[in-house]
Ligand binder design. Structure first.
Ligand SMILES: *[C@@H]1O[C@H](CO)[C@@H](O)[C@H](O)[C@H]1NC(C)=O
Ligand SMILES: *[C@@H]1O[C@H](CO)[C@@H](O)[C@H](O)[C@H]1NC(C)=O
Ligand SMILES: *[C@@H]1O[C@H](CO)[C@@H](O)[C@H](O)[C@H]1NC(C)=O
Ligand SMILES: *[C@@H]1O[C@H](CO)[C@@H](O)[C@H](O)[C@H]1NC(C)=O
Ligand SMILES: *[C@@H]1O[C@H](CO)[C@@H](O)[C@H](O)[C@H]1NC(C)=O
Ligand SMILES: *[C@@H]1O[C@H](CO)[C@@H](O)[C@H](O)[C@H]1NC(C)=O
Ligand SMILES: *[C@@H]1O[C@H](CO)[C@@H](O)[C@H](O)[C@H]1NC(C)=O
Ligand SMILES: *[C@@H]1O[C@H](CO)[C@@H](O)[C@H](O)[C@H]1NC(C)=O
Length: 398
């Protein structure tokens, strides 16, 4: 069922930049999401995310029968039966309810992922991630590593296999984060596959599908012009500004802020896209947030991995008011930390000879990239820490 007419007011208005979009969404109704359980191994609490291989498990689709295909004699694949089941769910749903299947793919390994492994997480979070790169590698808006490209091509080959063997439904719409690693992962995954003319692979780049905003430069995006030049035929969210107005190297999204933002982009997609089978290419942190909004159990994806989710979306006349939780100010060191503290999950000691304490100012002068000078919530920053032991953000830039 289309929620289009019901939910126009919830959608993020075109032409409005993300910040004002976040503040001006006028929700006259409430979209309530639930993950429909019983279809995918990734929904089952005993499935181990760290060892799970979507290519060895038919994307995780559980072998089972469905009410809609009971008694059917046709020789259908598991995905064809699941498609029939989803169609039946939609056909029997009340007018305020839609079922959609999201294929959410994490980008392949980025330069920043490799660098975090190289430097170790504490040193990465407290210093190196705040730089644009080192003498040999750049991780500002990190590109894919050769291994990351390989992972995206594994997804490509697996889609080709599933289309040929399982007759899996084609994605009908494609969405991607504006960060380079996702743009390229979406391209390597789907370019060259044969799709029906009526469901072409033409992604829409959505600002709010980007990774959790951190002070890491890997989460700082390039310009709209760059994205357009990289993939000239793709659609770009009208609200995506030329320069990144959200990342400022100082403030970071909390989980609550990120979940509020993820709900906005999901509401926008669910209220404007009548299709059922959607592909989303995004990040570990952002997909974790989307899964929280969908009421899905936590399921960490390895780089390049894909997770399908059957989502039930109900339009309710009212619900919790939209919230705009504040960002926090992140601290970091002005030089590589001298050591890390095991008792702090991501703790690091900045070093007495460097700067007495963690700093909140960007190491790089990024102002030339911000002609408007408008960082996200750049005013009213809390004071920096008074100790030289700082807790670095733990989940950023994945
Ligand atoms: C939200 O939209 C409704 C209907 O368009 C309007 O009546 C109401 O004043 C708006 N509320 C706000 C806070 O803008
Ligand atoms: C999941 O697998 C990893 C790697 O084999 C293992 O270290 C971890 O203990 C497992 N987790 C659970 C909950 O079994
Ligand atoms: C489903 O069954 C097929 C063969 O009947 C098997 O190859 C496949 O691994 C099974 N998938 C899952 C997720 O159990
Ligand atoms: C059903 O399809 C499978 C896979 O294509 C094939 O191996 C099998 O022989 C078919 N069974 C019947 C009864 O047609
Ligand atoms: C830069 O970081 C990469 C890891 O991403 C590492 O392999 C390389 O050696 C580093 N270069 C320098 C000059 O330290
Ligand atoms: C897009 O994917 C195709 C097919 O793998 C590849 O040839 C091309 O270089 C990719 N484009 C970019 C910009 O990565
Ligand atoms: C959303 O759906 C869940 C599951 O059915 C329910 O527990 C919850 O109360 C609903 N939320 C609202 C705001 O109605
Ligand atoms: C940062 O750049 C701005 C504008 O180019 C300049 O006014 C300012 O002095 C620079 N700050 C530092 C620390 O270099």
């Amino acid at each position: 069922m289309s929620l289009l007419t019901l939910l126009g007011a919830v959608a993020c208005l075109a032409g409005v930049q993300a910040q004002s979009c976040l503040n001006t969404v006028n929700a006259t109704g409430y979209l309530n999401y639930t993950t429909v359980l019983g279809y995918f191994l990734q929904d089952v609490p005993t499935t181990n995310a760290s060892t799970f291989d979507y290519t060895a498990t038919n994307f995780g689709l559980i072998n089972r029968t469905y009410p809609s295909t009971d008694g059917l004699t046709a020789n259908l694949t598991q995905w064809q039966k699941f498609e029939a089941q989803v169609n039946a769910l939609n056909a029997n749903a009340p007018l305020n309810t839609a079922y959609k299947v999201l294929f959410m793919g994490r980008h392949g390994e980025g330069v920043h992922n490799a660098a975090e492994t190289y430097y170790g997480t504490p040193a990465w979070n407290c210093y190196w991630a705040e730089l644009n790169g080192n003498a040999t590698n750049e991780w500002f808006d990190a590109d894919l590593t050769p291994n990351g490209i390989k992972q995206a091509l594994i997804a490509h080959d697996f889609w080709a296999h599933e289309i040929a063997v399982q007759k899996i439904p084609y994605p009908q719409s494609y969405y991607t984060s504006p960060l380079t690693r996702c743009l390229k992962t979406a391209n390597y995954t789907f370019a060259g596959l044969e799709f029906p003319k009526y469901y072409p692979f033409v992604p829409t780049v959505r600002e709010l599908l980007r990774e959790g905003i951190s002070i890491h430069t890997c989460d700082h995006r390039r310009t709209r012009t760059y994205i357009h030049n990289l993939f000239p035929t793709w659609n770009i969210d009208p609200s995506l500004t030329e320069y990144d107005q959200i990342w400022n190297g100082v403030t970071a999204e909390t989980n609550a802020a990120q979940d509020a933002r993820s709900k906005i982009v999901l509401d926008s997609i669910f209220s404007s896209d009548d299709h059922t089978w959607l592909s989303i290419t995004s990040h570990s942190g952002e997909m974790g947030s989307i899964l929280r909004v969908l009421g899905h159990q936590s399921f960490s994806l390895n780089t390049g991995a894909v997770i399908p989710v059957l989502v039930k979306a109900e339009f309710l006349p009212s619900g919790p008011a939209p919230s705009h939780p504040p960002y926090t100010t992140s601290t970091h060191c002005a030089a590589p930390p001298v050591t890390s503290i095991a008792t702090l999950a991501e703790g690091c000691v900045c070093g007495a000879t460097v700067t007495a304490a963690g700093i909140v100012t960007p190491i790089y002068n990024v102002s030339s990239d911000y002609p408007s000078g408008a960082g996200f919530q750049a005013t009213d920053l809390p004071q920096g820490p008074t100790s030289n032991v700082v807790a670095a953000p733990s989940t950023y830039g994945a």
